[in-house]
Design a protein around this ligand. Structure first.
Ligand code: C5P
Length: 224
């Protein structure tokens, strides 16, 4: 469109899964497709925002006018996102970040042994990227998270909003068929301090257009 209502707005979005190496040929990851984050990047860019997309390993084309940073691990996603964050107006965490990584990545391929039926891997916690952005004391952007839950969706989302000190959280019921993870469709309940809004089931792009408008509305309200 020729209208650019988000012109001048700088937005960083994390998207997709992360990949945590076990050894040179294996990794731990999850089923995130990255579709929601990419759709959101497109929705913001189409309205004239300056969009940086920090993407884990996904099979998706970069939306037009979006600057893409490809990463693999949570640590890499953290480092890129935190280096961008102080220059942003809005940071949105759409990525399904692995909670844990290997304490030590094996230098050589792990071998199957004849003498044990068990293999024990020691994992350590990854940094929480969106919480780290929200904890910035100077140049803190407006911070939006996602909460994918299978039960007590709104309770858990409200707890995360508080615990991570986010400005908004988009709650996603991933137990429902035909939405969320790996789906073309999604429905969200968006929560913030002092309000909430339901975005009903629709394709991820239409949903992203509505969500982007709502995020910008709340961002602008927070500035005034
Ligand atoms: O705690 P949980 O993983 O459910 O929180 C989800 C939100 O936190 C999402 O916005 C996700 O992108 C973000 N997150 C993150 N870094 C992590 C874990 C989650 O940015 N290590």
């Amino acid at each position: 469109s020729t209208e650019q209502p988000f012109k001048g707005l700088k937005v960083t979005i994390t998207a997709g899964p992360t990949r945590e190496a076990i050894d040179p040929v294996r990794f731990i990851s999850n089923h995130s497709s990255g579709k929601m984050g990419f759709a959101l990047a497109r929705a913001f860019a189409e309205q004239g925002a300056q969009v940086s997309l920090v993407a884990g390993p996904v099979n998706l084309a970069t939306p037009q006018n979006v600057r893409r940073y490809d990463v693999e691990s949570a640590q890499q996603m953290h480092d890129v996102t935190l280096s961008l964050a102080p220059q942003q107006d809005i940071v949105i965490g759409c990525a399904a970040v692995a909670d844990y990584r290997m304490q030590t990545v094996a230098e050589q391929k792990l071998k199957k042994t004849d003498d044990s039926e068990q293999l024990v891997l020691t994992l350590v916690k990854n940094p929480d990227i969106i919480a780290a952005v929200a904890a910035l004391s100077a140049q803190r952007p407006f911070v939006v998270g996602f909460a994918a839950e299978t039960q007590a969706v709104l309770d858990y989302a409200a707890q995360k909003l508080q615990r991570k000190n986010l400005d908004m959280i988009c709650a996603n019921d991933v137990a429902l068929q035909g939405q969320g993870f790996n789906s073309e469709h999604n429905a969200l309940t968006v929560l913030w301090k002092g309000g909430q809004q339901q975005l009903p089931l629709s394709d991820k792009y239409s949903l992203s257009q509505k969500l982007a408008a709502l995020i910008v509305q709340q961002y602008r309200a927070s500035q005034s």
